[in-house]
Ligand binder design. Structure first.
Ligand code: PBG
Length: 328
């Protein structure tokens, strides 16, 4: 046959496939999410997330060393306090677990990677919601903003380079930006969780932070059936000064990542969340799929969709695979 086009010619060898691969994932594009728990004496594994632990300060700093050695772009820190209250007060105390951890990590790491702190109240509130409640038990948007503003300034003081605004309150990016600027932290950047869906895929994370949430977050996180709504959220966050906009979860929302990447002029991030990881880990454990290939494929698809920054619990392992030249 004389076929003019034979796309298979570019798939003949691994070297050929690597040569024409359109998507690469390098360690500097990865953010590694980590947990620290107040009062813990030994790192504690998290169900469904092999290799992910609730850390002590020492074990967290050891992860930071590994992340730096692996050339990972950033580390994200979630804090689990010993005590919670209605207002999530520990989030704003300089001595609170997250603020202390951020200070320790920043002191240890300097500027060798980007230190990102989660800016949200859910780990700190006794009811587990991402904000404070009004008299009727509803999450009070504007009162929550005030708390986020105070928390943001404390995290900046502790040394965070970047704050992950993950609460899905209206106006959070603009309000936090203003508070940071007024306190002199104009260089502290905001990673806006712009399109964050009310997802069932956060299951293992809720265990990881021992969430007390009874109910759901559907009055503030987005409805998974919606796409246009995400474009609105992304637009609002960019207008309010978001430095990076994020889509979360990732794998079930590749269309949202794609459209976001095409419509903004700031970097786009995506968060491969705990449940997405657990699905792959459990299927691999059962011998149903090839674990490494599935991880590489999942992460490549998020990159291909248009995310240039990826938050993933596999960050260290992906970096190791990168240096070992393991590719799809
Ligand atoms: C809330 C927050 C959540 C995650 C990150 N930040 C959970 C939620 O909205 O309940 C989930 C991350 C994951 O599942 O890996 N601050």
């Amino acid at each position: 046959m004389s076929l003019i086009e034979r796309p298979r010619r570019l798939r003949t060898t691994q070297a050929m496939r690597n040569l024409v691969a359109e998507t690469t994932v390098v360690p500097s594009q990865l953010i590694y999410p980590t947990f620290i728990k107040e009062g813990l004496t030994e790192p504690k594994p998290i169900k469904g997330l092999p290799g992910v632990f609730q850390n002590t300060e020492a074990s967290l700093l050891a992860k930071v060393d590994r992340a730096i050695a692996a050339g990972i772009g950033g580390i994200m820190i979630f804090g689990i306090p010993a005590e919670r209250d209605e207002l999530g007060s520990a989030a704003c105390e300089p001595n609170g677990i997250l603020n202390r951890a951020v200070a320790a990590v920043r002191k240890h790491a300097g500027d060798k990677l980007v230190v990102v702190a989660d800016l949200c109240l859910d780990e700190f509130t006794s009811h587990g919601h991402c904000g404070v409640l009004d008299d009727h038990g509803n999450v009070d948007n504007d009162a929550t903003l005030v708390a986020y503003g105070r928390m943001a300034v404390e995290l900046a003081k502790a040394g965070a380079h970047m704050l992950g605004a993950s609460g899905m309150m209206d106006g959070q990016v603009g309000y936090v930006r203003q508070q940071l600027d007024e306190a002199g932290y104009t260089d502290v950047s905001i990673l806006a969780y712009s399109a964050k869906y009310a997802s069932a895929f956060y299951g293992p994370f809720r265990d990881a932070v021992e969430s007390e949430l009874d109910g759901d977050r559907r009055t503030y996180q987005q409805d998974p059936r919606n796409f246009i709504e995400s474009m609105r959220e992304v637009r609002l966050d960019v207008e309010q000064g978001a430095d990076i906009v994020m889509v979360k979860p990732a794998l079930a929302y590749l269309d949202v990542i794609r459209e976001t990447a095409q419509s903004v002029d700031v970097p786009v991030a995506a968060y491969l969340v705990s449940g997405e990881m657990a699905m792959i880990e459990l299927a691999a454990e059962q011998g149903l799929i090839d674990r490494e290939r599935a991880i590489l494929e999942a992460v490549a698809s998020v990159r291909r969709a248009g995310a240039n920054v990826i938050c993933t619990y596999w960050a260290l392992e992906l970096a190791e695979m990168f240096y070992a030249r393991k590719t799809l």
